[in-house]
Design a protein around this ligand. Structure first.
Ligand SMILES: [Zn+2]
Length: 186
């Protein structure tokens, strides 16, 4: 538990955007396209209603299509199916972290730090944990083989789906960080 994931001297916004969202990510894996196939005893058993199965598949397809559209380098796109579980966990995890932040702020007067609101710092924290510098060669390799999306899309792919992000940074419809078709599995 070290920066940038967790810093005992940092505020809730930054820490929830880091380790908080990662904990939310891991919890969400239990209900992603793979985890959801296991029941409470850990057995491979379909425990969902037909209606819920259908709704899940529709929501998951939104993420598959969205991430298929992201370009890693040149003509190489991310693989929305390969990365679906991780993207579901990223999207659900950051939303859980945002809910936790709102809970922690209840009854308090939010304090800006370095000119940023707690909500803005949550999203900055999320950006900082996936900050990376890749050569085109490694970006290409990872896009084709890694079940995690490239860092840039772990950040931008998630926040463009979140009205919470748009509110925090006053983004308007049609701007680059506002998805025209936001996906929401959890
Ligand atoms: Zn994961």
């Amino acid at each position: 538990m070290q920066p940038p994931f967790y810093d005992f001297k940092a505020d809730d916004g930054a820490n929830l955007g880091g380790i908080g969202a990662v904990i939310g990510h891991e919890l969400t894996h239990g209900f992603d396209d793979e985890g959801r196939q296991f029941d409470a005893q850990g057995n491979l058993h379909d425990w969902w209603t037909a209606e819920d199965n259908k709704a899940f598949d529709e929501r998951a397809k939104c993420l598959v299509d969205e991430y298929n559209g992201f370009v890693a380098v040149d003509d190489v796109h991310l693989n929305g199916k390969l990365t679906l579980g991780e993207n579901t966990a990223d999207n659900g995890g950051l939303r859980l972290a945002h809910m936790a932040l709102e809970q922690s702020l209840k009854g308090k007067t939010p304090q800006n730090i370095d000119g940023y609101t707690p909500e803005q710092r949550l999203f900055l924290g999320w950006g900082q944990i996936w900050c990376q510098n890749l050569t085109d060669q490694i970006a290409r390799l990872q896009a084709l083989t890694n079940e995690h999306s490239l860092g840039r899309f772990r950040v931008n792919g998630v926040v463009q789906n979140m009205p919470e992000f748009q509110k925090a940074f006053s983004c308007k419809a049609g701007q680059p960080m506002v998805s025209q078709k936001p996906c929401h599995v959890w």
